[in-house]
Design a protein around this ligand. Structure first.
Ligand code: FAD
Length: 415
């Protein structure tokens, strides 16, 4: 579209169409909802600009194994477009399909301009018009500008020293590299927030060895996700029952947040939730006091975003998983240096992990996760294969490691 064809026009306040020209920035849930509502208001004179080559925002970017919603699907969807969700908490592919079908069925697709970033928007007080500059050099004009740019869509990359020199592949959960086959590889996941707690149980059965780096344990609650059976699906296919379910879910969610007591230490609600989480830790790790101690948070409930995850804690107990209760401070060509490792004698801790060099300036994002192949191997690999030539010192290679499934409390002895 040329600048002229998209101009707001001067003859009539809204141009020939008689409706305001609108620009929406972003085609995630927010931008799509704006598009549908504009159409329902009889406004067809709008364009949705989206940086990515596809729609979906969060769900376009986050395709990592195990990616799914925390909020129940009958609430986490558009009120104007019900859907027959196959599980209580939809996974990314189903969410993406849902969003694609929404833009097709509700006539939003022709308004999309994908792969185009809005670089700036300037208000002209004389003409009462926004001038919108696009990254392809084009310029648009509109009467109303709707920002739906999201807040979690720019991955935050770490700035660990040595990151650039790591020899293996690595990537962020929000930019999962699906062509990397993790089968039988040694993998490190850095971070234990919501994304990491979904990735870990999803890849644990595949990989040879999985290291989970935890700077600070967070509060974890089981999510209660279930596949919806035929009976439940039939029940929720009835419109009024589905609406009632949505109301019920919304009421439960809002009620939990009323007055903010849940997130205020010292309140009964906060204490009860903390107790619930502690009970969950007790129940899950009764046979693993090392893990129980390592995953128990030191901050009050709500000190940082709680995690909803049913499969994460059990995955930590698997034989091929090792929780490293320590922050990552640096990366070497063959692995990771954690906070404890730097204090110990050289060589320090090493893990097969590297994060991408792609960096973006905005400091936001859910969690950082790295995944790397076993080649070159981590120290642990070389321990089992003494002839390895991965660059680890003889001192390191000669040490014996703990049995699988322990936390890294004895790391100094092992490495
Ligand atoms: C892994 C993950 C799981 C989540 N799970 C939940 C959950 O269970 N429940 C919940 O409530 N929330 C969840 N969230 C939060 C989630 O971000 C929101 O629920 C929702 O998807 C946000 O939609 P949005 O349209 O506002 O933003 P986004 O989905 O972030 O979409 C914004 C879009 O704007 C585009 N954009 C940004 N700037 C520009 C620009 N200048 N020009 C053009 N395009 C631009 C981006 O490319 C992006 O596609 C989750 C987030 C993540 C990352």
């Amino acid at each position: 579209m040329s600048r002229r064809s998209r101009s707001a026009g001067a003859a009539s306040p809204f141009g020939p169409a008689g409706t305001p020209r609108v620009v929406v920035v972003g085609a995630g849930f927010g931008g799509i909802a704006a598009g549908v509502r504009l159409k329902r208001a009889g406004i067809d004179t709008f364009t949705i600009y989206e940086s990515s080559p596809g729609i979906g925002g969060t769900w376009w970017d986050n395709t990592y194994p195990g990616a799914e919603v925390d909020v129940a699907s009958h609430l986490y969807c558009f009120s104007f477009r019900p859907h027959r969700w196959t599980s209580s908490h939809a996974k990314q592919p189903e969410l993406q399909r849902y969003l694609e079908a929404t833009v097709d069925e509700l006539g939003v697709r022709p308004h999309l301009r994908l792969g185009t970033t809005v670089e700036s928007a300037t208000w002209d007080d004389e003409r009462h018009i926004w001038t919108v500059a696009l990254d392809d050099g084009d310029v648009d004009e509109c009467h109303a500008l709707i920002s739906a740019v999201g807040f979690l869509n720019v991955p935050r990359y770490p700035s660990w020293p040595g990151l650039e020199d790591f020899g293996g592949p690595a990537f962020h959960t929000a930019r999962w590299e699906h062509h990397r086959d993790l089968t039988d590889k040694t993998v490190a996941v850095v971070g234990t927030g919501s994304s990491a707690t979904q990735v870990v149980p999803a890849i644990q059965p595949l990989v040879r060895r999985l290291y989970v780096f935890q700077r600070d344990p967070g509060w974890v609650m089981p999510k209660g996700e279930v596949e919806l059976g035929d009976r439940e699906l039939a029940r929720l296919a009835v419109p009024w029952r589905r609406r009632l379910e949505r109301l019920r879910l919304r009421y439960a969610l809002e009620k939990a947040l009323w007055g903010g007591a849940l997130f205020r230490p010292g309140t009964r609600r906060n204490a009860a939730r903390e107790r619930f989480c502690l009970d969950y830790i007790e129940r899950t790790f009764s046979d693993r006091p090392d893990l129980r101690a390592a995953v128990t948070p030191t901050h009050p409930f709500g000190g940082k975003r709680p995690v909803f995850a049913t499969t994460y804690y059990p995955a930590l107990k698997e034989d091929n998983v090792e929780l490293v209760p320590s922050a990552v401070v640096a990366v070497t060509p063959t692995g990771i240096v954690d906070a404890e490792g730097t204090e110990g004698p050289a060589p320090t801790a090493a893990r097969s992990c590297r994060c991408s060099r792609r960096r973006r300036p905005t400091p936001s994002g859910r969690s950082v996760a790295c995944a790397a192949s076993a080649s070159p191997p981590s120290r642990c690999d070389r321990r089992s294969r003494p002839g390895g030539t991965g660059g680890c010192s003889a001192r390191c290679a000669g040490r014996r490691g703990p049995s699988a499934g322990t936390t890294s409390r004895r790391r100094a002895a092992r490495w």
